[in-house]
Design a protein around this ligand. Structure first.
Ligand code: S3P
Length: 434
């Protein structure tokens, strides 16, 4: 168990760990490409390490050169792995790997931990099956473990009803080895790291505003070549120290080198609407992405209605937004986020239960929740269902609550943010084991 206690002002500068989405993609594209890929700033969290092992099992040579520095030598194709591909807790890892592998004449068994075994795979495998891949399920259809038989794919045109970068990416990666032109249309644009990185690895890909949504098109039969990838800081991880800076009185916290891709920064926009004192300095370009240093100072926040159309740009950030909303004046309304229920946990349910246990007024809806700020009592032990973001959100909340907040099963924090507690302690927060 980890406990966060009411803390004195937090001060300091830290660096966020590498972006998780880009780190998974760098490993997967590196394995599919011909030749050498060099990655720096890779997130060495459990999720990405599982993808690195998978890349090696599919035939690439994968080597760690130093902290965050990795070399992948791809063979221009994936081959049948010997053992089971265990993706651990990583939904992005398994879904993108399934898409990537589906295009080759191979057979592979995918599995994951207890939480990943509960998450829906049909949203990806149904489309891969339409392209010609086969999935056999040893248990319930659409739930891991799954056995893929790939190869001989035909392109599809897929229109998404809900923006999902994982679904889009899996289809595009399969489309690379399909006959014809694969297209994905999204109602709102989801994170575009796959599109950007495919270009860096030599693929041609068109993206256009279709009027009704975003259309991404990719011709099959394109080979990738190795590339150099510099992974910037993960905005989804930077959110936690910044949130602490906003809610602990007297604080000023800076996170350096945060990726500012506009499809990832919905939380920062929302915090600003809430009155957050958030400044971005030293904007620069790194590895094809804009990055900057973000400073958060303690702020008097007010509740807002988060526009539903913004959800795709901050889907993983609603838990930490809810933690900060607990300290805002008035209600923060978060709707159109039913997807939160199929992440690493049912994040609406866990935030509602956790915040309530800490004395916060919360209302749950099928597709959203409302948090009304006020004095936050704390003095609770919160269930996390092994979900890293639920654990970190409540630990941050505990720093500004009236009494300590403890979280169960905190070891999962290492899936996305190894060293989180040490970093928070370095900023002066009272957080630790026990
Ligand atoms: C991700 C996409 C999002 C996000 C996940 C990472 C990605 O999932 O929640 O943490 O890297 O493509 P969805 O595509 O299911 O929205």
């Amino acid at each position: 168990m980890y406990t966060a206690r009411p803390s004195r002002p937090l001060q300091g500068r830290v660096r966020a760990p590498g972006d998780k989405s880009m780190s998974h993609r760098a490993m997967i594209l590196g394995a599919m490409a011909s030749g050498e890929t060099q990655v720096e700033g890779l997130l060495e969290g459990d999720d990405v390490l599982a993808t690195a092992r998978a890349a090696a099992a599919f035939g690439a040579s994968v080597e760690r050169l130093g902290e965050g520095r990795w070399r992948i030598i791809g063979r221009g194709r994936l081959r049948s792995p010997d053992g089971v591909i265990d993706c651990g807790n990583a939904g992005t890892g398994v879904r993108l790997l399934m898409g990537a592998a589906a295009g080759y004449p191979l057979s592979a068994t995918f599995d994951g931990d207890a939480s990943l075994r509960k998450r829906p795979m049909g949203r990806v495998t149904d489309h891969l099956e339409r392209m010609g891949a086969r999935f056999d399920w040893s248990g319930a259809r659409g739930l891991l473990p799954a056995i893929l038989t790939g190869g001989r794919l035909t392109a599809i045109d897929h229109v998404q009803s809900l923006a999902s970068a994982q679904v889009k990416s899996a289809i595009l990666l399969a489309g690379l080895n399909a006959e014809g032109v694969t297209s994905v249309t999204e109602p709102e644009k989801s994170r575009d790291h796959t599109e950007r990185m495919l270009r860096a690895f030599g693929a041609e890909i068109d993206v256009e505003d279709h009027g009704e949504g975003w259309l991404v098109r990719l011709r099959g039969g394109q080979g990738l070549h190795g590339a150099t990838v510099s992974v910037p800081g993960d905005p989804s991880s930077a959110a936690f120290p910044l949130a602490a800076g906003l809610i602990v009185p007297g604080s000023e916290v800076t996170v350096d080198g945060v990726m500012l891709n506009p499809l990832r920064t919905g939380l920062f926009e929302t915090w600003r609407e809430m009155g957050a004192d958030l400044t971005i300095s030293n904007r620069r370009s790194s590895g094809g992405e804009e990055v900057g240093d973000i400073t958060a100072r303690h702020s008097a926040l007010k509740g807002v209605v988060v526009p539903e159309a913004r959800a795709a740009t901050m889907i993983d950030e609603y838990p930490v937004l809810a933690a900060t909303a607990a300290f805002a004046r008035g209600a923060t309304v978060m709707r159109g986020v039913g997807e939160m229920r199929v992440k690493e946990s049912d994040r609406i349910r866990l935030m509602v239960d956790g915040l309530r246990a800490c004395g916060v007024a919360v209302e749950e809806e099928p597709e959203g929740f409302l948090v009304t700020g006020g004095p936050v009592a704390g003095a609770a032990t919160v269930q996390t269902a092994h979900d890293h973001r639920i654990a970190m959100s409540h630990l941050v909340l505990g720093l500004a609550a009236g009494a300590p907040v403890a979280v169960r099963d905190p070891e999962m924090i290492a899936t996305s943010f190894p060293g989180f507690v040490e970093m928070m302690r370095g900023l002066g927060s009272d957080m630790g084991l026990g």
